[in-house]
Ligand binder design. Structure first.
Ligand code: NAG
Ligand code: NAG
Length: 155
């Protein structure tokens, strides 16, 4: 029982931190703990192509690109070298596309740009999303709690 309460307090605290960051209005900073999955969203209304870029240490890297198929209701992936941990998904009418990165690491931190394109050659960019990875502090706290609970418990 002790264990359950402890972990609820812990995860509620994390959830509070996360949601207050996301609802901070206008801010597009996203924080995630190391090892978790993150989904970044982008609007693709009336556009045919989408590409996600990652800017880190002054290097801009194309992560993934996709385009709508003829029906306009399905995304075809053109480029995804990290397909083992990155995927792009869309809603039924492909108005919203989401990039999901699973098992984030420190090297996933940085700015994410979603570019969308129609027939015109130029690409339009949404406001970038800053991804911050919360690693050691939380891992430390989590393992500290584990120890605390295990010492106090029966095991
Ligand atoms: C993207 O949308 C999904 C589904 O609505 C949501 O769970 C997720 O938190 C959103 N991502 C961000 C970074 O806001
Ligand atoms: C993260 O994504 C991986 C691969 O898509 C999945 O197997 C795993 O269940 C996800 N983890 C969480 C916490 O959603």
């Amino acid at each position: 029982m002790k264990k359950v309460i402890f972990f609820c307090v812990f995860s509620c605290w994390i959830m509070q931190i996360t949601s207050s960051d996301l609802s901070a209005g206008g801010s597009s900073d996203v924080r995630v703990r190391m090892g978790e999955n993150i989904t970044l969203n982008c609007s693709m209304r009336n556009r045919y192509e989408v590409a996600w870029y990652h800017l880190r240490s002054e290097e801009l890297v194309l992560l993934i690109s996709a385009e709508k198929d003829k029906t306009g209701r399905k995304l075809l992936i053109n480029y995804n070298p990290n397909s083992n941990r990155m995927e792009i998904t869309a809603d039924g009418w492909v108005t919203r596309v989401s990039l999901t990165i699973s098992g984030v690491t420190e090297s996933d931190s940085g700015l994410y740009f979603c570019g969308i394109k129609s027939d015109a050659p130029e690409m339009f960019f949404d406001k970038p999303i800053r991804l911050e990875i919360e690693g050691n502090r939380f891992q430390f706290f989590s393992s500290y709690l584990h120890k605390l609970v295990n010492v106090g418990g029966s095991g």
